[in-house]
Ligand binder design. Structure first.
Ligand code: NG6
Ligand code: CA
Length: 501
């Protein structure tokens, strides 16, 4: 091969090319958190599920880092999301428990949050999907502008459902305004008593045409689905449950398209597979596992479509995607929806013990992956990490000094440049805490039922200390508290220190 002298034009061309590449990689990366609701450690095929196929979640897991020991702070939604967004342990805040649909805003408007921190570094910030961190000041008028809302704690844009899909009000809220609200048909919400003359699932069970309630969920009925809480009016504003996944997907895609030219942070909080499980008809029956399996397939499809949008807009390689779930899995969470009957051999928690609401591993150990095309090399990490660490880690990524005391910077781990994770971690379920140190887990003695009979999940509560070595005993079958008193005492001492901190 002979070399031709490079002409001046080629040099200029090469210089322009390299400087534009440089500019591209130097631009602050977009950050997307894809967050599922009640998706279990064993619900993703990349995490070993064999009865269900999740190709798009698998793409993130296999093309990025799949974490095997990543945790939420808590075994239920509100505290988990609080920990994720604020970088502070939820058990420090007495109000951080499963909130009603009309509960006041849980995050103080003075508090640091991931979107607030990113905003101060020039990011545009948005949330699409489930909120469940409270709204307003305790006396919401749903017919007026609602404040505080996500827009007052760091988000420039919000398109949310207030609490959960099974709680009223069953309406979307965009930047503090109920979407499609007819002023002649005002919305009223009450969690203590019904509105006179309004039907409920108890007075009019024939209204529950889509699904019937099993426990709880017997107040107002919307779209044939009995809910938690009473709601009156707002007919035109009510969402369509079977279209919810498509609707949030569209809003997430629109957000990406309209902010692709500036660094953005999007918190895309899907509602699946939380109850009520309402797959769009095109996913109905597709999993063979009933609605719970069907909505997992639906969520997986949404994620695929969403990633396609990032690709089509040419920003996939400049976007860090973090995927996780807010707490562990549950089958029967209050509706007769065949989740138990049709689960077959599928194990939503995988090899883990417990589930949603539980202090055992399946309560907080969840699928967690980081994906950044071209920047993160595919790998699997067994390091201990928690969603609470995203705040300090993302602050490091964007060179922000704003950090919290409970969050730890594990950016290198999240990008695959280090294998080191946390040394210790406090976990929480229903305001009770457990303590992790290395491979050891301590559950202090608590009063309470060992089994939550409604949902058929072991709570992890016992009247004696529990000590597990998760390295040898991931399924928590051997309580070593009595056989290893030295380790037990060490753990108790550290646990107490952490709690007093
Ligand atoms: C429980 C609900 C459950 C679910 C959960 C919140 C009853 C009997 N059970 O109180 O169905 O809504 O709250 O789930 O009402 S979470 O994922 O948002 O924490
Ligand atoms: Ca949840």
């Amino acid at each position: 091969m002979s070399f031709k002298p490079i002409g001046i034009l080629s040099i200029i061309f090469l210089m322009t090319l390299s400087s534009s590449l440089f500019a591209q990689t130097n631009q602050s990366p977009n950050i997307v958190i894809i967050y599922l609701d009640d998706l279990g450690y064993g619900d993703v095929s990349a995490y070993g599920a064999t009865e269900i196929n999740t190709p798009n979640m698998d793409m993130l897991a296999k093309g990025g880092i799949r974490f095997t020991d990543a945790h939420t702070t808590s075994a239920t939604c509100t505290p988990s999301r609080y920990g994720l967004l604020t970088g502070m342990y939820p058990w420090r805040n007495k109000r951080a428990r499963i909130l009603k649909g009309d509960a006041p805003m849980l995050i103080s408007t003075q508090q640091l949050t991931i979107p607030k921190m990113l905003k101060s570094k020039g990011y545009h910030t948005g949330i699409v999907g489930k909120w469940h961190l409270g709204l307003g000041d305790g006396n919401i008028d749903w017919n007026k502008h609602i404040s505080p809302s996500p827009n007052d704690v760091g988000f420039d844009y919000s398109y949310i459902l207030a609490a959960t899909q099974d709680r009223v009000p069953t309406v979307y809220i965009n930047d503090g305004h109920v979407v499609n609200l007819d002023p002649n048909d005002p919305i009223q919400v009450n969690y203590r008593k019904n509105f006179e003359g309004e039907p409920t699932a108890l007075t009019n069970p024939e209204l529950c045409t889509y699904v019937k309630w099993h426990h709880g969920h017997n107040n107002s009925v919307v779209n044939g689905i009995p809910r938690i809480g009473f709601m009156k009016g707002g007919q035109a504003a009510k969402w369509s449950d079977i279209d919810m996944a498509d609707h949030f997907l569209l809003k997430a895609q629109e957000y990406v398209k309209s902010h692709k030219d500036e660094p953005f942070f999007l918190y895309y909080a899907l509602q699946q597979p939380h109850v009520p499980r309402t797959p769009h008809p095109r996913f109905e029956g597709k999993s063979g596992m009933g609605p719970r399996g069907d909505v997992i397939l639906e969520a997986d499809w949404c994620i695929g479509e969403f990633i396609k949008t990032l690709e089509q807009e040419g920003i996939l390689e400049n976007t860090l995607i973090i995927f996780s779930s807010d707490n562990g899995p549950v089958l029967n969470d209050g509706y007769h929806d065949d989740a138990v009957e049709k689960v077959g051999n599928h194990k939503p928690a995988g090899v883990l013990r417990g589930g949603k609401y539980s202090l055992f591993e399946a309560g907080t150990r969840v699928p967690f992956m980081t994906y950044w095309k071209g920047t993160i090399q595919p790998s699997v990490s067994d390091a201990l990490v928690c969603q609470i660490d995203l705040l300090n880690s993302l602050a490091q990524l964007v060179d922000s000094k704003e950090q919290t005391t409970d969050s730890q910077d594990h950016l290198k781990l999240l990008l695959g440049k280090s294998k080191e994770g946390r040394k210790e971690l406090m976990l929480e379920a229903n305001m009770r805490t457990a303590y992790r140190n290395g491979n050891w887990l301590l559950i202090p003695p608590y009063k309470g039922w060992p089994l939550n009979k409604n949902v058929n999940i072991e709570t992890g509560l016992a009247e004696e200390y529990q000590l597990y070595n998760l390295k040898d005993d991931i399924s928590q079958q051997h309580n070593l508290a009595k056989s290893n008193p030295k380790q037990l005492q060490k753990m108790i001492a550290r646990y107490k220190q952490q709690k007093e901190n």
